[in-house]
Design a protein. Structure first.
Length: 389
């Protein structure tokens, strides 16, 4: 029988990769629901191609336009992302959560209720709302598969392992497009260069976070939450080839590495076929050239000032994660719009995270996802009022 699938954020980088895998393997999968914010052309193309019955368009004007256009079509057009359970009424096999940002949190928790397996790429939701995601996973007995490549690798390496046997986990970082550039040459560098990731093709926001290494700080928090580890056990190491995705050093002296090509289709395809049947990703030979070129470097704090944030991450859950994500989102947006330069992006982030207006919340924690939303608003209201350096 075909697996029933939903893709939240099907028009984004992860969403499109997931869709394309399904398109090539139509005999194994049936898509029940696709969602987008505004990309109506793409979602319509996807829905027609695989005869998807439900599409959801979050942006109200875009929804209204398509709703009118598809008045007599078999495709049902929905608008409310906070009401997924009214669209998917029976349990489905798998949902891919690939909406970017915290808008993905509530839909992820809802999808856990109607999915046997939930694949989560949306790291912001894991970082800020893991407590609520984890609770929903346990309550609904839903299988969770992390999709971020490093976490998919760690998760694979830790199967059948006792957590107490872990000595250290190393998350590999490519170092982004500026690894070998002089600091003085990147202070005013334009976003189009920061978006040129040497190894991965990703959405805009995550590409900027990869250039500053902020993505890796987020991934440390993500790993801490998913694998319930003490923060001191998780380290970052630069590996420019991005062939190795995670290294786990065990107390018994063994070290496990996981390598694969820099293509998100690999973790996604593995998650789709999990516990199902064997499949062939491609027939390429093992990349010995990449293996011979393994090269690991300690990250330089001067190049990547955000590394200092590692000292601020606590084991205890608080508003810190939500505030960090919100400040970074705000600044990345300003940088992408040309309102601040690359230097300011880093400097302001390091400065703002320490101001008393925010630090007073680092001893408090959100009680529910509404508290998280309120905090995001609070941070944005504050940041909109101040003058950035
Ligand atoms: P993209 O920006 O490419 O796509 C995001 C998707 O979410 C799009 O479908 C977009 O719709 C939709 N979306 C965005 N904002 C909203 C909103 N407010 N309401 C409803 N839908 C919305 O992101 P990526 O695919 O790159 O990343 C998705 C998530 O996966 C992120 O959290 C990212 O950190 C994580 N991730 C991504 C990796 C990658 O390789 N790209 C690797 C590891 C993790 P629209 O098309 O209309 O904008
Ligand atoms: Mg990653």
């Amino acid at each position: 029988m075909k697996k029933k699938i939903a893709i939240l954020g099907s028009t984004g980088s992860i969403g499109k990769t997931t869709f394309d895998i399904i398109k090539k393997n139509k005999k194994d999968f049936e898509i029940i629901l696709l969602t987008t914010n505004k990309n109506t052309n793409k979602i319509l193309q996807q829905a027609k191609l695989l005869k998807v019955k439900n599409i959801l368009i979050s942006s109200q004007p875009h929804y209204l336009k398509i709703k009118k256009k598809l008045k007599n079509s078999k495709i049902k057009v929905h608008n409310n992302l906070d009401n997924l359970q009214n669209i998917v009424k029976r349990k489905i096999d798998y949902t891919m959560c690939a909406i970017s940002g915290l808008s993905g949190l509530k839909p992820t928790i809802d999808a856990i209720k109607f999915s046997k397996n939930i694949a989560i790429a949306n790291k912001e939701s894991i970082i800020c709302g893991w407590q609520f995601i984890d609770k929903a996973l346990r309550k609904n007995k839903t299988n969770f598969i992390p999709i971020d490549s490093e976490h998919f690798s760690i998760w694979t390496l830790l199967k059948n392992q006792n957590k107490n046997n872990i000595k250290r986990i190393y998350l590999t970082a490519s170092g982004g497009p500026f690894l070998n550039k002089k600091n003085s040459s990147i202070e005013n560098i334009k976003p189009k260069y920061a978006l040129k990731h040497p190894n991965w093709k990703m959405g805009k926001k995550i590409s900027i976070d990869s250039a500053t290494l902020m993505n890796k700080i987020f991934e440390v928090i993500e790993a801490k939450k998913i694998f319930d580890l003490d923060i001191t056990k998780i380290k970052i190491i630069i590996h420019p080839r991005s062939y190795m995705h995670a290294i786990v050093h065990f107390n018994n002296g063994l070290v496990k590495f996981l390598a694969h090509d820099t293509n998100m289709a690999i973790p996604i395809m593995n998650s789709l076929y999990m516990n199902y049947k064997s499949f062939i990703y491609n027939n390429d030979k093992l990349n010995f050239e990449a293996l011979n070129g393994l090269n690991f470097i300690k990250p330089d704090v001067k190049k990547f000032p955000v590394i200092k944030l590692l000292n601020r991450i606590k084991n205890k859950y608080s508003y810190f994660e939500t505030i960090l994500i919100s400040i970074n989102d705000f600044l990345v947006d300003k940088y992408l719009n040309g309102e601040i330069n690359y230097f300011s992006l880093n400097i302001n982030l390091m400065k703002l995270i320490k101001i008393p207006y925010f630090t007073r919340y680092y001893k408090l924690k959100p009680k529910n996802i509404i508290d998280i939303k309120i905090m995001v608003k609070k941070v944005n209201t504050y940041l909109n009022k101040i003058k950035l350096n």
